[in-house]
Design a binder for this molecule. Structure first.
Ligand code: COA
Length: 327
C-alpha cells in the first residue's frame, strides 16, 4: 500500500478570558509571586467561568483551525481530543465536540496520554491521513485543569491553567510529518495522578474527604525526568528524521516549567527567539500547551510555512513524545 503524505492545513486556539495572577493566588494560599515566577516562569494563568466545559474550549479552538484550513465542519471525518480533563468519563469529549461543531460525518474519540496527549494524537491523526482513511482530521488538545486542582495545595494549584489548541490535518504534496518518536514508562505512573474516581478508587464520601479527585504530583522527580527526556526524545526524533539540530527552526515544547524549557534550549544551542514560550501567561495547560504555542507562533508571523519544527511533550503516564514537522 502506498502511503500518502500528511500535513497541517490550519491551526487554532481558545483561551478563557478570566485571568488569575500570582498575586491573586497570594490571597488564597501561602505562596508568593516571587516563588512562582522564579521556580516555574509562570506569572498568570487562564481559568474558565462556571458552566464552561473542556468541549466548549475544544470547539472554539476547532472552529478557528477549521477556518484557517479553509474547510468546514461537514468535511471533517475524524475528531481526536487529547485531554486528561474530559467533560465526562463517558462519553468522550470528542463526541460532545462533534455535536457542537455539527461535524456529522466525523468519527470521534479521546486520547489520554497526559501532557504528551497532543503529540500522541497528532501521530494517530496523521496515520489516518497517510493511509487514505481520512481526508480532514481534527486533532485537539483541550483542558479544563482548574476543575481538577486542589486549590488548597500550593504545590500543584499554582502550576496549571485552562485552554485548547487544534489543528486540521490533510493530504499534502511534501511530507509534513518527518518523524514521531513516542514512549511511555508506566512504572512511574504514580508520580502524576488523579487517584480517585476510576475503577481503582471509585468515588465515595471517603475519597472526597481525602481530596483524592484532584491532581497529585511528585514535582521533584517529575522535574528530573522531564529535563532528561525532553533533550533525549528531541535528539532521537531529529536523528530519525534525518535532521540535525542546526536544521531546526523552532522548538515548541510542552510548557511545564521554564527551567525545563531552558535546559532543552541550551542543549540544542537555540537562540531564545527560536523557542516558543507561553508558560508565563498560561501556566501548564497539559495537552493544550503545545497547540496553543504553535498557533500563537503562526498567528504572530514568527513561524512560517516551510519551517522545521520540533513539538516535544512529556507528562503523566509517564509519557513522552516528539514530532518533527515541516510546517
Ligand atoms: N509557593 C511557595 N512555596 C512552595 C510552593 C508554592 N506554590 N510550592 C512548594 N513550595 C515549597 C515547598 O513546600 C518546599 O518547601 P520546604 O523546602 O520547606 O519543604 C519548597 O517550596 C521547595 O519545594 P520543591 O518541590 O523542592 O520545589 P522545586 O524547586 O522542585 O519546584 C516545582 C517545584 C513543582 C515547580 C518543580 O518541581 C516542577 O516544575 N516540577 C515539574 C513539573 C512538571 O514537569 N510536571 C509535569 C507536568 S506535565
Amino acid at each position: 500500500m502506498k502511503l500518502l503524505e500528511a500535513g497541517i492545513l490550519g491551526v487554532g486556539s481558545a483561551l478563557p478570558p478570566k485571568i488569575i495572577t500570582n498575586f491573586d493566588l497570594e490571597n488564597i494560599i501561602d505562596t508568593s509571586d516571587e516563588w512562582i515566577r522564579t521556580r516555574t516562569g509562570i506569572s498568570e494563568r487562564r481559568v474558565v467561568e462556571e458552566g464552561v466545559y473542556t468541549s466548549d474550549l475544544a470547539t472554539q479552538a476547532a472552529l478557528s483551525a477549521i477556518d484557517a484550513a479553509g474547510t468546514c465542519a461537514e468535511e471533517i471525518d475524524l475528531i481526536i481530543v487529547a485531554t486528561v480533563t474530559p467533560d465526562t468519563f463517558m462519553p468522550s469529549t470528542a463526541c460532545f465536540v462533534q455535536a457542537k461543531l455539527g461535524a456529522k460525518n466525523a468519527m470521534a474519540f479521546d486520547m489520554s496520554a497526559g501532557c504528551t496527549g497532543f503529540v500522541y494524537a497528532l501521530s494517530v491523526g496523521s496515520a489516518y491521513v497517510r493511509m487514505g482513511t481520512c481526508k480532514r482530521v481534527l486533532v485537539i488538545g483541550a483542558e479544563v485543569l482548574s476543575k481538577f486542582l486542589d486549590w488548597q495545595d500550593r504545590t500543584t494549584c499554582v502550576l496549571f491553567g485552562d485552554g485548547a489548541g487544534a489543528v486540521v490535518l490533510g493530504p499534502v504534496e511534501q511530507p509534513g510529518f518527518l518523524n514521531f518518536t513516542l514512549g511511555a514508562d508506566g512504572s512511574m505512573a504514580d508520580l502524576l495522578v488523579i487517584p480517585g474516581g476510576g475503577s481503582r478508587l471509585p468515588a465515595s464520601a471517603q475519597t472526597i474527604a481525602d481530596r483524592q479527585h484532584y491532581i497529585k504530583m511528585c514535582g521533584n522527580e517529575t522535574f528530573k525526568f522531564a529535563v532528561r527526556v525532553m533533550g533525549e526524545v528531541t535528539q532521537q526524533a531529529l536523528e530519525a528524521a534525518g535532521c540535525s539540530k542546526d536544521d531546526l527552526d523552532f522548538l515548541v515544547p510542552h510548557q511545564a516549567n521554564l527551567r525545563i524549557i531552558e535546559s532543552a534550549r541550551k542543549r540544542f544551542n537555540l537562540p531564545e527567539d527560536r523557542v516558543v514560550i507561553n508558560i508565563d501567561r498560561y501556566g501548564n495547560m497539559s495537552s493544550a500547551s503545545i497547540p496553543v504555542a504553535l498557533d500563537e507562533a503562526i498567528t504572530s508571523g514568527r513561524l512560517q510555512r516551510g519551517d522545521l519544527v520540533a513539538l516535544v511533550g512529556f507528562g503523566a503516564g509517564l509519557t513522552w513524545g516528539a514530532a518533527i514537522v515541516r510546517y
